[in-house]
Design a protein around this ligand. Structure first.
Ligand code: FES
Length: 111
């Protein structure tokens, strides 16, 4: 299990969930009701699943692929520790993971 901690864009809400290894971070976030659209369902074609990873956790994740880096260029509010949550798989080794929802990630239902 990985203890995943989601911090809301303004930092006011923290949600903690236990998620099993093998899950994608995007799925865990959506199951928890986090406002990540993930429009392309992990095809690396949208960047609406962008999250900002806590710096120490960022260093423990496998690095982003070139495709992911390219897609992140299109995301708003990108930081040095930005990742696409559809490209992060939880593992047994990763005991905890803290991510923040970017400020401009509105839940635009129906676009
Ligand atoms: Fe589209 Fe992650 S869901 S890039």
């Amino acid at each position: 299990m990985t203890l995943v901690r989601f911090i809301s864009a303004d930092g006011s809400r923290i949600s903690e969930v236990d998620a099993p290894a093998g899950k994608r971070l995007l799925e865990v976030a959506q199951a928890d009701g986090q406002p990540l659209e993930g429009t392309c369902e992990g095809q690396m074609a949208c960047s609406t699943c962008h999250v900002i990873v806590d710096a120490p956790d960022f260093d423990r994740l496998p690095p982003a692929s070139e495709e992911e880096e390219d897609m992140l260029d299109f995301a708003a509010d990108v930081t040095r520790t930005s990742r696409l949550s559809c490209q992060i798989w939880l593992t047994e080794k990763l005991q905890s993971l803290t991510v923040r929802i970017p400020g401009t990630s509105h839940n635009m239902q129906g676009r």
